[in-house]
Structure formats: structure tokens, C-alpha cells
Design a protein around this ligand. Structure first.
Ligand code: HEC
Length: 97
């Protein structure tokens, strides 16, 4: 009986490990929605660390340009970050590459 319980708990541990491995792609940072990029800043960030990184660099960039709202260029934020018609233009005007 003790042996059986032990075997059962080992199976649980193995099962949990397998599950953890399988779920890893979901736990990792999601990639950016965009597949082609118009800006160097976002392209680099997306390649390095997906959307999370893109968000970080955008935040930092916004701060350096004293922009208070992401909605100045984006109609929606997570998860798609849709741009306004002039979002890119605004970005370039502010000196973004
Ligand atoms: C001055 C305009 C402007 C502002 C303000 C702005 N963004 Fe962006 N953002 C852009 C442009 C332009 C792109 C597309 C870049 C490209 O295609 O290379 C973009 C792309 C992104 C992406 C990548 C989306 C994806 O998955 O493809 C994220 C994330 C993002 N912005 C987050 C933010 C956040 C968070 C803020 C506020 C802190 C913000 N942005 C404010 C112009 C702006």
C-alpha cells in the first residue's frame, strides 16, 4: 500500500513536470502582433523580447519625448496595439527611427 502511494506521487511529480514543459510556450513572452516593422526601435525590441519588451521600450521612448498617453498614437493597447492612421507619422515627427 505504501509502495502504491509512493508510485502514485512519483507519477504526479512526473506529470507535473511534463505539464510544465508543455505549457512553457504559453508562459514565455508573447511575440509582437506586427510581423513587419516600420520602426527600428520596435523591430529590435520585438525580436529581442516580444511584445513585453516592445512595451518597455515604447514606454521609455514616450517618457523621453514627454508623451503622456499611449493613445496618442494607438487606438487600442494590449493585445493588438492598433495604430491610429497617423501613429507612425507622429512617431517619425518626434524623431523616432
Ligand atoms: C508617437 C506615437 C506612439 C506613441 C505615443 C506610442 N506608440 Fe507604440 N507604436 C508606435 C508605432 C509607430 C508602432 C509600430 C512600430 C513598427 O511598425 O515598427 C508602435 C508599436 C507598439 C507596440 C508593438 C505592437 C505589436 O505587438 O506589434 C507596442 C507593444 C507598443 N507600441 C506599445 C506602446 C505603449 C505601451 C505606449 C505608451 C507608453 C505606446 N506604444 C505609445 C507609435 C507610438
Amino acid at each position: 500500500m505504501v509502495k502504491l502511494a509512493l508510485a502514485a506521487s512519483i507519477a504526479t511529480v512526473i506529470g507535473a513536470l511534463t505539464f510544465a514543459n508543455m505549457s512553457e510556450p504559453f508562459a514565455a513572452d508573447p511575440p509582437c502582433v506586427a510581423k513587419t516593422f516600420k520602426t527600428k526601435l520596435v523591430e529590435k525590441a520585438c525580436k529581442e523580447g516580444g511584445q513585453k519588451k516592445a512595451k518597455e521600450v515604447m514606454k521609455a521612448w514616450n517618457k523621453s519625448k514627454k508623451i503622456k498617453s499611449c493613445n496618442q498614437c494607438h487606438t487600442k493597447l494590449a493585445p493588438k496595439y492598433e495604430l491610429k492612421a497617423d501613429g507612425l507619422e507622429q512617431y517619425k515627427k518626434l524623431g523616432g527611427e
